[in-house]
Design a protein around this ligand. Structure first.
Ligand code: SF4
Ligand code: SF4
Ligand code: SF4
Length: 313
């Protein structure tokens, strides 16, 4: 059997991890319901009577899963939250934008919330903007739309607009000002992954469509009609922040300058975030592996940024 090269492995891994995150978000929504039923009934038969046989099956499976870690009720309480701030086995993960928003508006932060920044920040300092390719639940949607756009591009004309990267910083500042006036809820309309989490949660917990769903539609139209991954490149403040913070990450795409072809620009053409491994530094690179797959001489690799990284610009 032929071995997959690194780029293809990364592509497959990113699809797997993003699907896993989507499943996790669904589970977190369902576990909120499980906790309510556990505290309300603590009995599978009563759960079936109140919420139907499917919920009974889910309740019993969750009970068996959480029992592996001790008391199921206590174990279930170590899981919670949604995109903005998540707890898994009691370990907190905080969205940096949530941190700024709460800091600006409430001027008080819980320790758990601050500690939740450690893992995301470490990840970005080590690997750059990988959240976008391997974790962000909205990026699977944008990834799919970019494929559809590419496919339809053979039949229709799609413009490829570009904006200043400062636009997303403006959205961040605007979002913080709106949060000051209207509350943190404003982010479900601005942050695509938050909108995705909210849409999933509303669907599961209340069986309704959240208003966030309509912002997802708008972002999808941007990506389809205005430019490949337009939302991620120009709109999403988290992507801009992670790109800025990850610009000096320890690991990134490296180029073997001796094998690079002078007239070639394929890596830039295929890069969904329009990073140019040929002339740019690694700012905004999310280690998606697409350029590694496309490079005709296979002179790109991922590794520690060092002497083999050659800047031509
Ligand atoms: S830029 Fe924003 S929406 Fe796009 S993948 Fe990154 S975090 Fe998700
Ligand atoms: S340079 Fe672009 S295509 Fe290459 S790994 Fe980074 S984000 Fe992906
Ligand atoms: S695709 Fe490969 S050969 Fe072409 S410019 Fe990029 S690094 Fe060089």
């Amino acid at each position: 059997m032929r071995k997959l090269d690194t780029g293809k492995k990364l592509l497959a891994l990113s699809i797997f991890t993003r699907f896993s995150v989507l499943i996790l978000l669904c589970l977190l929504g369902l576990w909120t319901e499980y906790l309510n039923l556990k505290m309300g009934y603590n009995n599978p038969r009563l759960v079936e009577l109140s919420s139907g046989p499917a919920m009974r099956v889910f309740y019993e499976c969750s009970d068996a899963f959480f029992s592996l870690f001790g008391d199921p009720l206590e174990a279930a309480q170590t899981f919670g939250g949604m995109t903005w701030s998540i707890r898994l086995w009691g370990v907190p993960f905080t969205d940096p934008i949530a941190f700024f928003s709460i800091l600006v508006r409430d001027r008080s932060l819980e320790w758990g919330f601050v500690l939740g920044l450690i893992l995301p920040i470490t990840l970005v300092l080590l690997f750059g903007r990988v959240f976008c390719t391997y974790i962000c639940p909205a990026s699977l949607l944008f990834f799919t739309i970019s494929r559809i756009r590419r496919l339809l591009g053979g039949f229709f004309y799609f413009p490829n607009l570009s904006l200043s990267k400062g636009f997303a910083w403006g959205i961040l500042v605007g979002g913080l000002l709106l949060a000051l006036s209207f509350g943190h809820g404003i982010w479900i309309l601005i942050l695509p992954y938050f909108a995705m989490g909210q849409t999933i949660f509303h669907g599961i917990a209340f069986g309704t469509i959240s208003v966030a769903f309509f912002s997802l539609i708008l972002f999808s139209l941007f990506d389809l009609c205005l430019g490949q991954q337009f939302t991620c490149r120009y709109i999403c403040p988290t992507g801009r922040f992670l790109g800025w913070m990850g610009s000096k990450s320890l690991f990134s795409v490296r180029r073997d300058a001796k094998k690079c072809l002078p007239e070639c620009h394929i890596c830039y053409d295929v890069c969904p975030l329009k990073v140019d491994p040929k002339i740019d530094d690694s700012k905004d690179c999310s280690l998606c592996g697409e350029c590694l797959v496309a490079c005709p001489t296979k002179c790109l690799s991922i590794g520690k940024v060092g002497e083999t990284w050659v800047k031509l610009g």
